[in-house]
Design a protein around this ligand. Structure first.
Ligand code: GLU
Length: 332
């Protein structure tokens, strides 16, 4: 069954979610990365990007925060773009670890079997695969250009965050060298770790994240710029990775209660992808015990529930989008 949703309904749901969730308390900023601990905890924004390029926003959607683990999604896509999905599957894998994002235990348990590019270990391995191999500058350019194309606008590195993470990422250093021991790093170890740390420190807005989500939802075509950013056909693979491990060991709870594949980051951002329907992002710094933004989770759940967008439902949503060019021409 297909049920139609009007843009007006989407706008109302976004505003309602904002009004209801804004005053919510609970959670705390990530404290293991000093820069994140000091971000204003009251920042809060919601953004929905639709396949016709319209973006519906409420709150602080233009504030650039640390993308953190959400950056694992674009790098996994870039690796699939450069090598094909099968190579990613054989060199890294697509299995949820069921353990926290930075688990060393998971690597020890699966030393014969790579896990997923959406946990720290797999993300560092993914960075090691990015071409051009051996060329730190070229790899960084590839990673950031691809991220910008997904988001449809320029992004900046948050230098202070990068410094903060580089000075405190001892656990990730252990992960990188342990992976090397198991033959799962495909380029220089320190370079791969540094690329991962840097990509986590990119600043991104909720609006940009929602557009990146919509680009994935539209099978690689950025609905705002019109550019085909990755080969059509990769959306099912990347969305399957997001669905299985987007919330790490709490992914099942998330899917069970929200009905939307989504990826979190400790910077307070969450991006959800509904293939063919929308990209949705929310941002607020205070995190729950598992490292996921309290308000961003609540806002996305509210909108998905209100609009009946649960992907496991028998009803499949379609949003009545209007060709903006046609409307603009008609109004001229
Ligand atoms: N840069 C963070 C780390 O590697 C990202 C963690 C996250 O967002 O889940 O610890």
């Amino acid at each position: 069954m297909i049920h139609r949703i009007s843009k007006q309904q989407v706008k109302e749901a976004v505003q309602e979610a904002y009004d209801k969730v804004k005053g919510m308390t609970g959670g705390a900023n990530a404290n293991y990365i000093p820069y994140l601990a000091n971000i204003d905890p009251n920042l809060f924004g919601i953004s929905v990007a639709l396949p016709d390029g319209e973006v519906i926003e409420a709150g602080d959607t233009e504030y650039a925060f640390g993308i953190e683990s959400v950056s694992k999604v674009p790098t996994a896509l870039l690796v699939m773009k450069q090598y094909g999905a099968n190579e990613l599957l054989s060199k890294i894998g697509a299995d949820a670890t069921g353990l926290p994002f930075n688990s060393i235990f998971a690597i020890l348990l699966e030393n014969d079997h790579p896990s997923t590019p959406l946990v720290n270990a797999g993300a560092i391995a993914a960075d090691s695969m990015v071409k051009p191999i051996g060329n730190s500058f070229g790899k960084w350019k590839a990673i950031t250009s691809f991220l910008e194309e997904l988001c449809g606008s320029p992004l900046n590195l948050i230098n202070e965050l990068y410094k903060s993470e580089s000075e405190t990422n001892f656990n990730n250093r252990s992960i990188a060298w342990l992976l090397k021991n198991y033959g799962r790093i495909y380029d220089d170890v320190e370079m791969s770790l540094d690329l991962y740390t840097r990509q986590c420190s990119m600043g991104v807005t909720a609006k940009q994240l929602s557009i990146a989500g919509a680009t994935i939802a539209c099978d690689g075509r950025n609905p705002v710029t019109g550019k085909q950013v990755f080969p059509a056909g990769l959306t099912p693979q990347i969305v399957s990775l997001i669905a299985t491990v987007g919330f790490y060991e709490h992914t099942g709870d998330w899917l069970f209660t929200s009905g939307i594949p989504a990826k979190t980051g400790v910077g307070g951002g969450i991006v959800g992808v509904l293939p063919g329907v929308m990209g949705i992002a929310a941002f607020a710094p205070p995190l729950d015990d598992a490292g996921n933004s309290v308000k961003a989770q609540a806002a996305i759940k509210y909108i998905v529930n209100k609009l009946g967008l649960n992907i496991f439902s028998d009803k499949h949503a379609t949003i009545e989008t209007v060709d903006r060019k046609q409307t603009e021409q008609a109004m001229a």
